[in-house]
Design a protein around this ligand. Structure first.
Ligand code: C2E
Ligand code: MG
Ligand code: MG
Ligand code: MG
Length: 286
């Protein structure tokens, strides 16, 4: 009886469910086309040296230019891509596109060899040995200096940390690319892994600086995080800086680099030269 009841209840909701399912499957079809590179775009957000205002690099952030729905943000379609088994294809597109873009900026002498491009990689990428080969391949193809490519991994991806992940991190590190822990301070933060893992920097999640400039307990917290990160032999990048006060506080606390709307929103690649031109010199003679 309860089964029949269940079926009945399901029946009531069916039109809605079907619609959701149809929308989702339509969206998935679109995404399958998009990850072939048709419709995905990368925007770039500067990472700024707090002392000088110099742009030391950019983070590549993927967007989906959907034919009818407009620009879709990654938080909406990355999970979909994960579920649909499309994340590797997406990751490869992002990697290839970002590194080739860096190549062009270098060729155009817009940036020097200290400039880096940061690329977000998924936990799935990290677990795939193919990904290491892809990184090796694109470095070789473009001839870009490996140090100029920094891979951003979330804590969640890393701390799940089985042997394979550690092996993959080591493999990626072995190629000479930089590794950064993204959204630091939000995941299953265990201090000990910071020392063990082959990473170079952490990017501190914006929730940790939200109250800077308004909440008096915040500066000591930032100072403590900075000290902790440095005690582990790493350096910190601060993300989500939205106000001049936040930037000033971070600078006074001895933080080196930061990123956020205060400096610039993520912009399409054609706007990057303008951003570079508007700040202190990017090109020392290489
Ligand atoms: P994330 O890597 O932590 O990127 C930072 C996010 O914060 C970006 O959102 C950026 O636009 C936003 N942001 C930057 N400055 C500020 C600020 O001052 N205030 C606020 N409120 N937000 C700021 P976005 O572009 O929507 O990306 C969201 C997340 O999607 C990323 O978080 C990353 O985890 C993921 N993602 C983005 N691009 C890729 C990609 O190419 N591959 C993968 N696997 N994931 C990606
Ligand atoms: Mg990131
Ligand atoms: Mg982040
Ligand atoms: Mg994030």
């Amino acid at each position: 009886a309860s089964k029949a009841e269940g079926q009945n209840r399901l029946h009531v909701f069916e039109p809605g469910l079907l619609l959701v399912r149809r929308l989702r499957s339509q969206l998935l079809d679109d995404l399958r086309t998009a990850v072939k590179g048709e419709g995905l775009v990368l925007h770039y957000q500067p990472v700024v040296e707090l002392d000088t205002g110099r742009i030391e690099g950019v983070e590549a952030l993927v967007r989906w230019q959907h034919p009818t729905r407009g620009l879709i943000m990654p938080d909406e379609f990355i999970p979909l891509a994960e579920d649909a088994g499309l994340i590797s294809e997406l990751g490869l597109w992002v990697l290839t596109t970002a590194v080739n873009q860096l190549r062009r900026w270098v060729d155009d002498a817009l940036v020097d060899s200290s400039f880096s491009v940061r690329i977000n990689i998924s936990a799935t990428d990290l677990q795939s040995l193919q990904f290491i080969e892809d990184v090796r391949g694109v470095l070789k193809e473009t001839g870009v200096r490996p140090e100029q490519v920094v891979l951003e991994l979330t804590e969640v991806a890393i701390v799940r940390g089985n042997e394979l992940d550690r092996y993959s991190l080591g493999g990626l590190r072995g190629l000479g690319v930089g590794i950064e822990i993204d959204d630091f301070g939000t995941g299953y933060s265990s201090i000990s892994y910071l020392r063990r893992l082959p990473v170079d920097r952490v990017k501190v999640d914006r929730s940790l600086i939200e109250g800077l400039g308004t909440d008096p307990s915040q500066p000591p917290l930032v100072a403590a995080v900075l000290q902790l990160v440095r005690a582990c032999g790493l350096e910190a990048v601060w993300e989500g800086v939205e106000t001049a006060e936040q930037a000033e506080h971070l600078r006074n606390l001895g933080c080196l680099s930061a990123q956020g709307y205060y400096f610039s929103k993520p912009v399409p690649p054609e706007q990057v030269p303008g951003l570079l031109a508007g700040t202190p010199a990017q090109t020392h003679s290489a």
